[in-house]
Design a binder for this molecule. Structure first.
Ligand SMILES: [Zn+2]
Ligand SMILES: [Zn+2]
Ligand SMILES: [Zn+2]
Ligand SMILES: [Zn+2]
Ligand SMILES: [Zn+2]
Length: 646
């Protein structure tokens, strides 16, 4: 019964990054903290200086080598660690429950029932428990089975591991499932799962499954019992940066000498014993044998351990500069301005990572009216033939996205690493900007302002405010929902016309006001891109859609589509739908995208701002009207016009 479980390297940050549950071929694992990742000598450094500089305390990004999942029992395992979770499993045949231990893992083989012949694969229990501090644990099934007994009756139970997970064939739903005790002394110890998701009685373990018992926090939170596939089990905090040409900082940490330091036989020993009397000797010994100078050695130490040789150890627990068991507050660095500049300034020299060309919409003077109306709204079209994106995982929350963040390294104090797991992906895209003058004029309209002020009020009440402010900027300009909705409509149309799936296309909305410190024009553009492949992974299909002529036709068609939704008139008239009521005229039928495509979790969308209606002037209303007039003319000329009403 051998098998091969693999996680693609790109998935080790999203969706199967630290803290996430991986359900694969009937088995279930959790991705462990980076304290359990392979040593630096087999990780690969991901260079993204622009991103690293903006992340407090972060000194480097590392990608894991691609590797099979179940390698925790292999010395020097190559990939990130995935640990079996939940550890309570059951046999579908004899219904015995088994508490699985890491020492029982056999590489390449799933856990099997020891009581059944032929051997049967054990299945993971469906329910787990989480709390708002980001802890995750097994449900205490022994307690559950005995929870309706008195305390003295519970005391009589001789063996807490002998449980059975029963299923009643005669009924369906959770009341058909029950956990009971197999010991003779506990005849009545049994309870079904009917109200398990509402129960408040169970205690939090104060840790995540990869942490030792000694690392448990004294957690006062009420636990929630959820299915292990529940949406609120895991909210990753991921930062993304496009690689754009900036004057490169010297990358001493990526030199051959640096690599020799990291692979030196004593390097790990040095990192783990910075306070030992022998640390200086080890330091000098490594430096001499690989030819590294003091500065490089210290920089590498700081990258790996967060401090230099000779520096005092930080406060081991608490909220000192290295954070503590409570975790850091999430931070949302704004990386948009450099990207915006790169797309709108004179085309930089292309590189392996970034290659763009300015193409325009390709509208000619003798083209018909709709095209000119479109041209009046759109300033620039830039094709990105090559993009590199770096995604780094800071940590995660459970229960809700606004809870305390659990860092990717759950070790506390001096042992906490200062790097983040990251991946790089390559792709291509189309960038569009709107005319600043037309935008300013449109934003000055009282109806537009009224509509977007309502949205901004809802946003300021939302618990997602801080996260969304990193995308909208400090102030929600009317152009944000306009450009954002336009990006969604364009992705849907491009997917329809080019054969890309909507989930493979992503947006970046550039609609932030200029920072108060540096007054100037606001941002006014969008980027639609696809990035999933490795270095050779681009196909050119999306870039081709941005070519002159082709894109203009796509936009006219999307505008015609957007004027009507199958849920209209309800959708068009909505004044608060979607997450936290942050959407207006936008629903699954007309404007929403898969989670992975959208920067805001499908909020702050409103079709009316694009096409006009319900009293609001749309930014592209003139283009749509002209397109309708033209369509009517064409059908009239070809004799297809409907007979005039009597
Ligand atoms: Zn069995
Ligand atoms: Zn018992
Ligand atoms: Zn807890
Ligand atoms: Zn709709
Ligand atoms: Zn979006």
């Amino acid at each position: 019964m051998s098998r091969n479980l693999r996680v693609r390297q790109a998935q080790t940050v999203l969706p199967f990054g630290v803290g996430a549950i991986l359900d694969i071929q009937g088995e279930s694992f959790v991705a462990a903290g980076i304290g359990d990742w392979p040593a630096a000598k087999i990780r690969r450094q991901i260079l993204a200086p622009r991103l690293v500089q903006k992340l407090p305390r972060v000194t480097a990004l590392w990608a894991p080598p691609p590797a099979p999942v179940a390698e925790y029992d292999v010395p020097d395992a190559r990939g990130p660690a995935y640990i079996r979770f939940p550890s309570w499993l059951f046999c579908g045949s004899c219904r015995r429950m088994v508490r699985w231990r890491i020492g029982e893992e056999r590489f390449g083989r799933p856990p099997v029932c020891g009581s059944c012949q032929p051997q049967r694969k054990l299945a993971p229990m469906r329910f787990v428990q989480i709390c708002a501090q980001g802890h995750l644990g097994d449900v205490d099934w022994w307690y559950w089975a005995h929870s309706q007994l008195t305390a003295p009756e519970r005391e009589r139970c001789p063996d807490r591991a002998r449980l059975r997970f029963r299923v009643e064939e005669s009924s369906t739903g959770l009341e058909a499932l029950s956990v009971s005790c197999r010991n003779e002394e506990c005849e009545d110890a049994s309870r079904d799962l009917l109200d398990i998701q509402g129960t408040k009685a169970l205690r939090c373990t104060g840790r995540n499954p990869w942490q030792y018992r000694s690392e448990s926090a004294d957690c006062p939170e009420t636990v929630q019992i959820v299915q292990r596939t529940a949406g609120n089990l895991y909210y990753p905090v991921v930062h993304s940066a496009l690689d754009i040409p900036v004057p490169a900082a010297p990358v001493v940490l990526d030199s051959d000498t640096a690599a020799r330091v990291r692979t030196h036989a004593f390097w790990t020993a040095l990192c783990q014993a910075l306070d030992a009397p022998s640390a200086r000797n080890l330091f000098d010994l490594i430096a001499e044998s690989v030819g590294a100078d003091e500065a490089l050695m210290q920089a590498l130490l700081e990258e790996e351990t967060g401090r230099r040789l000779g520096e005092p150890a930080p406060n081991p627990a608490g909220t000192g500069p290295t954070g503590g068991p409570d975790g850091d507050p999430p931070f949302y660095p704004d990386l948009s301005w450099e990207e915006w500049t790169a797309f709108t300034q004179p085309v930089p020299e292309s590189s392996q990572e970034f290659s763009i060309r300015r193409v325009g919409l390709g509208i000619e003077p003798d083209d018909a009216m709709p095209w000119h109306a479109l041209d009046a709204g759109i300033a620039e079209v830039v094709i990105a033939d090559r993009l590199r994106e770096v995604r780094a995982l800071q940590g995660f929350t459970r229960v809700s996205p606004s809870e305390a963040i659990v860092p990717v390294d759950t070790r506390v104090g001096a042992r906490q690493a200062h790097w983040l797991p990251a991946i790089e992906v390559f792709g291509e895209g189309v960038f569009l900007s709107f005319h600043e003058d037309s935008l300013t004029q449109w934003e000055a309209d009282a109806q537009v302002q009224h509509r977007v002020t309502g949205m901004a009020d809802d946003l300021s009440r939302s618990f997602q405010r801080d996260r969304l402010a990193s995308v909208t900027g400090e102030l929600l300009l009317p152009r944000f929902p306009l450009l954002h909705t336009f990006a969604h409509l364009l992705i849907r149309q491009l997917a329809f016309e080019s054969g890309y799936s909507t989930a493979s296309l992503r947006e970046r909305v550039y609609a932030r006001p200029a920072p108060a410190a540096e007054p100037g024009p606001s941002q006014s553009g969008i980027l639609i891109y696809t990035a999933s492949g490795d270095a050779d992974g681009t196909m050119g299909g999306l870039a081709r859609q941005g070519e002159p002529g082709l894109l203009a036709e796509t936009i006219i068609r999307l505008l015609e589509q957007a004027a009507w939704c199958s849920a209209d008139p309800l959708c068009a008239e909505h004044l608060g739908q979607g997450f936290a009521n942050l959407n207006r005229a936008a629903c699954h039928a007309c404007a929403l995208l898969p989670e992975t495509s959208c920067e805001t979790g499908n909020s702050l969308l409103d079709r009316m701002l694009v096409v006009g209606g319900t009293g609001v002037p749309g930014y592209f209303e003139a283009a749509i009207s002209a397109a309708r007039v033209e369509a009517a003319q064409i059908s009239q000329e070809s004799g297809l016009a409907e007979a005039p009403a009597p």
